[in-house]
Design a protein around this ligand. Structure first.
Ligand code: ZN
Length: 88
């Protein structure tokens, strides 16, 4: 009998690995991080970051606006963790 390891259990089965990675990076401070800083912090591509942001907005974990980035201080579209997400 061959036993295979079970796939890693994700916190939220609705989220992709890219979304979980973005969540992991944003969790300590809550952001706000601009897209280039999200890419640098996660190692994800622009396409993956945009998709991850959409996913996290859909589950109520994240929001986006035009503001100053916490890392590079540029005024840009930024993503930040919601204070009272209805998914938590
Ligand atoms: Zn930035």
């Amino acid at each position: 009998m061959l036993y295979l390891p079970l796939p890693m259990q994700s916190k939220n089965p609705l989220l992709s690995e890219a979304a979980e990675e973005l969540q992991r990076v944003l969790e300590p401070t809550g952001g706000p991080f601009c897209t280039p800083c999200c890419m640098a912090a996660t190692g994800l591509t622009l396409y993956e970051i945009r998709k991850a942001i959409r996913e996290l907005i859909l589950v109520g974990w994240l929001s986006a606006s035009m503001s100053g980035c916490r890392i590079c201080h540029r005024r840009a579209p930024v993503a930040f963790a919601r204070l009272d997400p209805f998914s938590r």
